[in-house]
Design a protein around this ligand. Structure first.
Ligand code: PMP
Length: 406
């Protein structure tokens, strides 16, 4: 059986979407490493730390106790209670049980929220730079992504004005992501309040706020989420979070969504016909993560902060590169306009950020992802969810490769 002899025709739904560029980049890095190339990989979208011991123990205990069967579609009562307490702790909001659902990662929850709500032609406002999956998730669910291009002057954040310009009668959702992948910038309470004011006059619009990185936050105190900043909009806000990033649990596939019980009911209905429920073992592990000692989260943030500061310091010494200073998450979005038009030692010209990314891979053995994948050029995203030694070696190699340009 080969691709050439296959008579399979994918649905129009599938033909509308593409492989996530971060998945593609990770695959390319694996290939090159398999060929023996010493690639310094800054494409990773997951914590380098191991899942905390007490979380693994809880999963092992769940297996031993026979918690290995289907659970309710919306998760075990213990997990929903842990999420309820977590939301109360992080936002001061008391969500009823019916407002909470869990799924196989925040990614699945976002996808199902769109499946549950979008019809052909419905518009979803996605501020750029965006997490690569949002536009394709909208397309896969018959919606139309409306890209709102933010500017450096506005710190790559959506402004009330840009939001107003992007709204139409067909707008069903605004997607917010704070702190953002790929920029790491987070919205302040005042910025969220200003966006909420615009949305108060657009009752047809709901907000899907992806706050999966909210605990990896370098600002004072904790990050303020949209539902907390905009109580008047609360009925229309769907907050997505999960255990992947805060607790180094990407492979456990466990995320959650909190908001309007009617939307949650629709998401649950879809879950009941797709996955039935997320893994019972991962759910037990997530309970331990959310209710256990939070020292692992605090330690993670300190480590990311040190790496961020060191990476910013090294980037500042490279002519032609300019980083956006992140408030959270573990990515740096690096502007490379200063390199466009320069010539490589091989005689080529760097025309765009794809060329820059390729040049860094070929000439410095450093893997990053081009900004165009996130809807904003010319940039590249580098992750600092990797050890300081790799970050330093990579940025030194980038500096040397840039110095070889003319
Ligand atoms: N949102 C954003 C912005 C992300 O970067 C990711 C992971 N790359 C997710 C959601 C999904 O995370 P998960 O499905 O592991 O919960």
């Amino acid at each position: 059986m080969t691709a050439e002899t296959s008579t399979f025709t994918p649905s129009s739904r599938v033909r509308r979407i593409k492989v996530s560029p971060s998945t593609a980049a990770a695959a390319r890095v694996r290939e090159l490493k398999a060929e023996g190339r010493p690639i310094l990989d800054l494409t990773v979208g997951e914590p380098d730390a191991d899942t905390p011991r007490h979380v693994k123990d809880a999963a092992i205990a769940a297996i031993e106790a026979g918690e290995t069967k289907y659970t309710s579609v919306n998760g075990t009562p213990a997990l929903r209670e842990a999420i309820r307490e977590r939301m109360l702790r992080s936002s001061g909001i008391e969500y009823p049980d019916a407002a909470i659902t869990v799924g196989g990662g925040g990614k699945q929850i976002i996808f199902l929220a769109f499946t549950a709500s979008l019809d052909e032609g419905d518009e979803v406002i996605v501020p750029a730079p965006y997490w690569v999956s949002y536009p394709d998730m909208v397309r896969a669910n018959d919606g139309t992504p409306v890209i709102a291009e933010t500017t450096p002057e506005d710190g790559y954040k959506l402004t009330p004005r840009l939001l107003r310009e992007s709204l139409t009668e067909r707008t069903r959702w605004l997607v917010l992501n704070t702190p953002s992948n790929p920029t790491g910038v987070a919205y302040s309470r005042a910025e969220l309040e200003a966006l909420a004011e615009v949305l108060e006059e657009a009752p047809q619009v709901r907000v899907l706020t992806d706050e999966i990185y909210d605990e990896i936050y370098f600002g004072e105190g904790r990050m303020v989420g949209l539902a907390e900043a905009a109580p008047a909009l609360r009925e229309r806000i769907f907050t997505v979070n999960g255990v992947s990033k805060s607790y180094a649990m990407t492979g456990w596939r466990l995320g959650y969504g909190v908001g309007d019980p009617e939307l949650v009911r629709a998401v649950n209905l879809l879950q009941s016909q797709t996955s039935s429920c997320p893994s019972s073992i991962s759910q037990a592990a997530a309970v331990a993560a959310l209710t256990g000692d939070q020292e692992c989260v605090r330690r993670g943030v300190e480590i990311y902060r040190q790496r961020r500061d060191r990476a910013l310091e090294l980037l500042a010494g490279i002519d032609g590169l300019e980083a956006v200073v992140p408030d959270g998450a573990f990515y740096l979005f690096v502007g490379c306009r200063g390199l466009i038009g320069r010539r490589t030692p091989e005689g080529g010209t760097l025309e765009n950020d794809q060329d820059v990314t390729l040049y860094l891979l070929e000439s410095a053995d450093v893997a990053v992802i081009q900004g165009s994948a996130y809807g904003t050029e010319p940039f590249f995203r580098m992750s600092y969810a990797t050890d300081l030694g790799t970050i330093e070696a990579a940025l030194r190699a980038v500096g040397e490769a840039v110095a070889r340009l003319r």
